[in-house]
Design a protein around this ligand. Structure first.
Ligand SMILES: Nc1nc2c(ncn2[C@@H]2O[C@H](COP(=O)(O)OP(=O)(O)OP(=O)(O)O)[C@@H](O)[C@H]2O)c(=O)[nH]1
Ligand SMILES: [Mg+2]
Length: 491
């Protein structure tokens, strides 16, 4: 224990959060040891008392007790480690806000930014927001972020409240030296938007590709911290290896895309601000249970495809993508460009927007500018889905003139949206609706059914020998049909 105290006082200056870390580790160790002995003793005594009824001999009592004790100790150790010192990680959320002057933002408000910051940090497991505040600044770019009087007040507030163990300053990315000085002043850990988003990415990355991208996104941060030449070389080497692995995966992805193009499966990319309801909308359209919306920022990090048939019978794939957010360094979004390429090469883009959100405009602009930074072919149609209408519409009908107003969770307005998507898919892939009048049960009808599926098939009321058919065909398919059967259709 004495050694611990010495260590803590030795590192107090360089690493202000070291005390908390040591306390957490000691607590975890003791919790583990205590659970081990209690579980062992308890299981042994129970077996001893119930010996007659047990199907195994006395010799095995020690083995059973050991197994149970290990399991219980492991679980309680995990719990203790995750909850850190004294339960949840209590966070003080500070949203810097320039009150006036050229740096004042006019596209949102300090309160809305604070709300987003709170949602962002609450996405991390076991985090509870203890206090939150919009802190007025005269300008951005100060070394200690806040003016000296404000800083003193905040430090006193944080120190007086024992449940605060971390401060989230909602600025995109802060300098390492800045964080160091602020950590020294507050005596606890400081996080910026970059580190919070990165931690969420770590939590949510499932596939190998997402994990590689997160590792790559982390490098600019690490680069800023290392000072020794040897470490810089190591980081450069890691960057090279990660990029090589990603390029390999991008190759496989391109192959999958090429196969999809060959099988002429049209794709629709669903993009939008994080939490706008992209995944929920895909669920409402495709009924695919794998597309499950979650009330978390950056719930989706892995690009997934979800198949369905449009009302006209054409099969398509809806592609779920990573959400965008304002005020994070471009490196972070850039690291996901590989996955966003799926959006680039899709036939139609659906931009999902949260129509109930007061920051509707700003969120839309963030997405549009991120999309503009991707090499999206200029002809790709973008359809706007103004989602969450059941929560109230914050915009006038004129402002929503080009949007399809829907509710993904209540499945309202989905049919109209789907028809718009269908029209665009048919237009960009050169498919058209054709009407034919054909003999009932004929080879022609069979052929059309096999080619693309039939939209409509109606036996004539007056003459059951003939059937009225509507089919979706590309020019090549129509040419093949005319060649085979010599029948012409009507548009
Ligand atoms: N009330 C209401 N809630 C919705 C609607 N659509 C989505 N939500 C909710 O909004 C939250 C986010 O939905 P998601 O579908 O996960 O959003 P996302 O855009 O995929 O989010 P990320 O993957 O994190 O970028 C979930 O809690 C949904 O239940 C809607 O039409 N109405
Ligand atoms: Mg999602």
């Amino acid at each position: 224990m004495n050694n611990n105290s010495e260590l803590i006082s030795q590192y107090k200056e360089a690493f202000p959060a070291f005390r908390g870390y040591m306390e957490c580790m000691s607590r975890t160790l003791f919790t583990g040891l205590a659970s081990l002995s209690l579980a062992f003793g308890g299981t042994y005594v129970i077996q001893h008392l119930a010996n007659k009824h047990l199907p195994y001999s006395r010799k095995l009592h020690i083995v059973v007790s050991s197994v149970v004790a290990c399991g219980v100790a492991y679980q309680s150790r995990l719990q203790a480690l995750a909850t850190g010192v004294g339960g949840q990680v209590g966070v003080m959320v500070l949203q810097p806000w320039v009150k006036w002057g050229p740096q004042k933002r006019t596209d949102t408000s300090g309160q809305l930014m604070l709300q987003e910051a709170v949602a962002l940090v609450s996405t991390l497991p076991l985090v509870s927001v203890v206090t939150q505040e919009v802190v007025s600044l005269q300008s951005l770019g100060k070394r200690m972020v806040f003016g000296s009087g404000t800083l003193e007040r905040l430090v006193n507030e944080a120190r007086a409240n024992k449940s605060i163990s971390c401060i989230f300053i909602s600025l995109d990315i802060m300098k390492r030296s800045q964080i160091g000085e602020l950590e020294a002043a507050f005596g606890i850990r400081i996080m910026d938007r970059y580190s919070v988003v990165l931690s969420i990415f770590h939590q949510h990355a499932r596939t190998k590709e997402a994990r590689l991208q997160v590792a790559l996104a982390e490098l600019p941060y690490i680069k800023k911290r290392v000072t020794y030449e040897r470490d810089k070389l190591m980081v450069a080497e890691r960057e090279k290896r990660l990029k090589a692995a990603l390029t390999k995966l991008a190759g496989i992805r391109a192959q999958v895309r090429a196969n999809r193009a060959k099988s002429s499966l049209p794709t629709i990319a669903v993009v939008g601000y994080t939490n706008a309801g992209k995944t929920s909308l895909i669920h409402a359209i495709t009924q695919d249970s794998r597309a499950e919306g979650r009330n978390q920022l950056f719930a989706t990090l892995d690009v997934t495809a979800h198949g369905c048939r449009l009302p006209c019978g054409v099969e398509v794939a809806f592609i779920d993508t990573v959400g965008f957010i304002q005020d994070i360094p471009t490196d972070l979004v850039a690291s996901f460009k590989a996955t966003l390429e799926d959006a680039i090469y899709s036939d139609v883009v659906v931009h999902v927007r949260d129509v109930s959100h007061p920051d509707y405009e700003l969120q839309g602009a963030t997405v549009s500018s991120t999309l503009a930074s991707l090499p999206l072919p200029s002809g790709t149609p973008v359809i706007t889905a103004a989602n969450k209408m059941d929560l109230g519409i914050t915009r006038s009908p004129e402002q929503l003139a080009d949007a399809y107003v829907v509710s993904a969770t209540r499945e309202e307005g989905i049919e109209e949206l789907l028809m718009a998507i269908q029209n665009e898919v048919l237009r960009v892939t050169g498919r058209k609706l054709w009407k034919f009048t054909l003999p009932t049960g004929s080879d022609q009808i069979q052929w059309l059914r096999g080619a693309t599926g039939l939209v409509q098939e109606e036996i004539d009321e007056a003459n059951p020998q003939i059937t009225h058919v509507v089919a979706v065909l590309t020019d090549q398919e129509l040419a093949a049909f005319t060649r085979n059967f010599g029948v012409k259709g009507k548009k």
